[in-house]
Design a protein around this ligand. Sequence first.
Ligand code: FES
Ligand SMILES: [Fe+2]
Length: 382
Amino acid sequence: MFINFWYVAERSESVTDKPVAVRMLGQDFVLFRDSAGEVHCLSNICTHRGGALAGGQMVDDCVECPYHGWQFDGDGNCTRIPSLGVNGKIPKRTRVDSYPTQERYGLVFAFLGDLPEEERPPIMECKEWGQEGWRATSLVFDWDYDYKRSVENALDPAHNEFTHSTHIDRKKDKPFQVPDLELINTDWGTGFHIEMPAPAMYEEKMADTANLHEPSIFHIRAGYHGVSSFWTYIEPTPKFIRRQHFYETPIERGKTRIFAIDMRNAMLDPDDDKRMIYMDTLVANEDGDVLLDVRPVLQPLNNIKENFVPADKHIAHYRENIREWEAMGWRIDQDEVERNEHQVAYAIPCPDRRNSKNWTLDPVPLISATTGGAEVKIASAN
Ligand code: FES
Ligand SMILES: [Fe+2]
């Protein structure tokens, strides 16, 4: 798991004036909305005796620890220690980490890391959101698989024919040969575009909308953005385009929450949402059936413990990026975290840690030098 990216903490509608507990990157956070409507995300661990702030209540835009009533504002500063009396001086060291937040696409994003604003990788954009002629459906999935395995699944043009055989024609005698993937550089990632044979659309209304009653060629575009977001554009015809955006939040190693936003330019009636949700759930479950059994659960430590063929070019590129982000010192040393978990409470370092010292909790240990797998060697197609 990596610090220094934006992660979706919750759906906007779930964050009210009551504290909400959220787990991300193997750590605990509390979210709340202040009286001005702004959402805050703090480390959940009280700097007094380790109480869980999310178990407390809101008092004057501060979250109050349920143990001894210390209060923390949206910037993480401790504003009240009842046992010190009314005029007690509050030590600065009592503050907790507070993380930048943004609300977009009906979601609350938190920047979990210490980079200054100008150096932060941006949130993956969903350009169609709120645009005329587009309609969104949103879904949240909880899976017991690792987010990187899931991102790789999305970058994998060779799995559709098998994993999603309801959607793509599977021809025994003429399998889909993945063309040489031309990777397009995007902001903090890469993408590709391929054309793929597809069966007639089995949903009658969709087939009518797209004028697709016969097998045809679909345009598929897919790519990743940062370590845990990806996009899939499916274009049966220009009349019917779906642009899916997936924001994956690692909860623990091997546990992932996926926030999916699916935009479409046809079938804009709210009643049609059910069809989209049905299809997205079906596809997610088909992927899930496979991903839950993939071993090892995490990406292997060394790439030579798997075999890469040309169709895996995009996955190989994603792994190279992972190694680069690890070399930047952004990867959490989760083995160390888990070794100490019963005696050390950690915090993901927040941006303010770069400006001042003397914090109560240790920052999560990070892997300082790249120890990643061997370079990916792709077997030739011939
Ligand atoms: S543990 Fe939070 S106030 Fe004491
Ligand atoms: Fe899939």
